[in-house]
Ligand binder design. Structure first.
Ligand SMILES: Cc1ncc(C[n+]2csc(CCOP(=O)(O)OP(=O)(O)O)c2C)c(N)n1
Ligand SMILES: [Mg+2]
Length: 387
C-alpha cells in the first residue's frame, strides 16, 4: 500500500506550505570550499614566528614519540600502538589551542595530543601497555581517557561542556574523532545536542583517509565530513590537516567562538595515516604505495620546515636542536618503558563500585590469602615490589 492509497491521503501534502523557511540560514554554516591553508600562502606572513617554531619543535618531538612507541611494540613493551605519524599537525595544534582549564577528549590515536598537553609520556601509554586503567588522572590534566570505543567520547565532551556552561565555568571541550567515527550514532547525537544547547565544544575530525582498511569513499556519500555540520546547525570548517599553522588557526577560531557563547564547530582536518592502522595491521593489503608517497610530499614537518627556513626563522642549528631534544625524550621513554610496571593485584577491586559488594569483598579476601601464601613461600614480597 502506498501513501496515496492510505485513508485520508488526499489531505496529505508532501511539499511544505508557502510560509515554510529554513530555521537557520545554511550559507554561513557551509565549510570552506577547499581545505584552508596557511603555509606557503600569503596568510603565512601573519603567522606568529614564535608559534610556528613551537609547533615545529612539538611536531618533531611527536614524530619521534610515534617511532619510539611503535618500536616498543616490537620489543613486547607495548601491547599495541596506533601511530599518528603524518597527523602530527592535528595532534599538536589540538593540544596547543586549549587553555589549562579546558578539556581534551581524545581517541585511542591521540596520544600525542595528550602528551603535548602536558601528560607524562609514559602514563600516556598505560592503557596501550595492557593495563585496565587509564594510567592518569583525567581530572588532573583535564584529559578524558584515550577512548577506544569509536565516538563515545563525543557525547561525553558535549555533556561536560554543557554542564560547565550551566555552572558558569569558562571551559571549552575539544573532542577528537576519526573519519570512521563519524558514522557512529554517538557522533550524530553529540553534534545534535551540542548545537541545540550551543555547548562550548569543538569537534575535530581527523580525516586520515581510512577506518582501518575502509576508505572514506565507502564510509560516506557526503560532499565532505565538514558538510555534516550544516545538518545540525553548526558551522563546518575544512582545513589542511598537514598544515600545522592552518589547523592551529582554524581550531583557535572555533575555540574562541565556543568560549564566547557562539556554540559548537565541526572541523574536518584532511590528513593521511602514513603508518598502518596499528602495529598489528598490514596496510599494503588495502592501499598502494604511490598514494602513500604522494602524501609524503605533503608531510607536515616538511611543510613547516620549508616555511621556517624560507623565512630565515630556522637554520641547520635549529633543526639539529629540535631533533636532539626529540632524541632525549625518546631515550628517556625507552628507559622508563623498559622497567616493569609496579602492579598491585589488589587494585583490581578498586573503582568497580562506589561501595564494594559482598561478593567483591569475598573475592578480595581470597586473593589476599593467596598473595600472602605466595609471599610466605618466597620469603619476601615479590608481588608488591613488582618483580
Ligand atoms: C564502537 C566501535 N566499533 C568498532 C571498533 C573497531 N575499530 C577500532 S578502530 C576502527 C576504525 C576507526 O577509524 P577512524 O574513525 O577513521 O579512526 P582512525 O583509526 O583512522 O584514526 C574500528 C572500526 C571500535 N573500536 N569501536
Ligand atoms: Mg581514519
Amino acid at each position: 500500500m502506498t501513501v496515496q492509497e492510505l485513508p485520508g491521503a488526499a489531505a496529505y501534502r508532501p511539499t511544505p506550505p508557502p510560509a515554510w523557511k529554513p530555521l537557520t540560514d545554511p550559507a554561513p554554516l557551509l565549510p570552506d570550499p577547499e581545505p584552508y591553508r596557511v603555509l606557503g600562502t600569503d596568510a603565512a606572513a601573519d603567522a606568529d614566528p614564535e608559534l610556528l617554531l613551537r609547533l615545529y619543535a612539538e611536531l618533531v618531538r611527536g614524530r619521534r614519540y610515534n617511532a619510539q612507541a611503535t618500536a616498543l611494540t616490537k620489543q613486547g613493551r607495548l601491547a599495541v600502538y596506533p601511530s599518528s605519524t603524518g597527523q602530527e599537525a592535528c595532534e599538536i595544534a589540538a593540544a596547543l589551542v586549549l587553555e589549562e582549564r579546558d578539556w581534551l577528549f581524545p581517541s585511542y590515536r591521540d596520544t600525542l595530543a595528550a602528551v603535548a598537553r602536558g601528560l607524562d609520556p609514559v602514563e600516556a601509554l598505560t592503557l596501550l601497555r595492557g593495563d585496565r586503567h587509564t594510567g592518569y588522572d583525567p581530572r588532573e590534566h583535564r584529559i578524558a581517557p584515550l577512548c577506544t570505543p569509536l565516538a563515545t567520547q563525543l557525547p561525553h565532551a558535549v555533556g561536560l561542556a554543557h554542564a560547565a556552561r550551566l555552572k558558569g565555568d569558562d571551559v571549552v571541550a575539544l573532542a577528537m574523532v576519526g573519519d570512521g567515527g563519524t558514522s557512529e550514532g554517538d557522533f550524530h547525537e553529540a553534534l545534535n545536542f551540542a548545537a541545540v544547547w550551543r555547548a562550548p565544544v569543538v569537534f575535530l575530525v581527523q580525516n586520515n583517509g581510512f577506518a582501518i582498511s575502509v576508505p572514506l569513499a565507502k564510509q560516506t556519500a557526503a560532499p565532505s565530513l565538514a558538510h555534516k555540520a550544516v545538518g545540525y546547525g553548526m558551522p563546518g570548517r575544512l582545513v589542511d590537516g598537514n598544515d600545522a599553522a592552518a589547523v592551529h588557526q582554524v581550531l583557535g577560531e572555533a575555540v574562541a567562538r565556543a568560549r564566547s557563547g557562539g556554540g559548537p564547530t565541526l572541523v574536518e582536518a584532511v590528513t593521511y595515516r602514513m603508518d598502518a592502522h596499528t602495529n598489528a595491521d598490514d596496510a599494503t593489503r588495502y592501499r598502494v604505495d604511490s598514494e602513500v608517497e604522494a602524501w609524503r610530499a605533503h608531510d607536515p614537518i616538511r611543510l613547516l620546515e620549508r616555511e621556517l627556513t624560507g623565512r630565515g626563522l630556522l637554520g641547520d642549528d635549529g633543526i639539529e636542536k629540535a631533533r636532539a631534544a626529540a632524541e632525549r625524550m625518546a631515550a628517556a621513554l625507552r628507559e622508563r618503558m623498559n622497567a616493569d610496571p609496579v602492579l598491585d593485584p589488589m587494585a583490581l577491586f578498586a573503582h568497580v563500585y562506589a561501595e564494594q559488594t559482598d561478593q567483591l569483598r569475598e573475592q578480595a579476601a581470597r586473593l589476599r590469602v593467596e598473595l600472602d601464601a605466595e609471599q610466605d613461600q618466597h620469603g619476601h614480597d615479590d608481588v608488591e615490589e613488582g618483580r
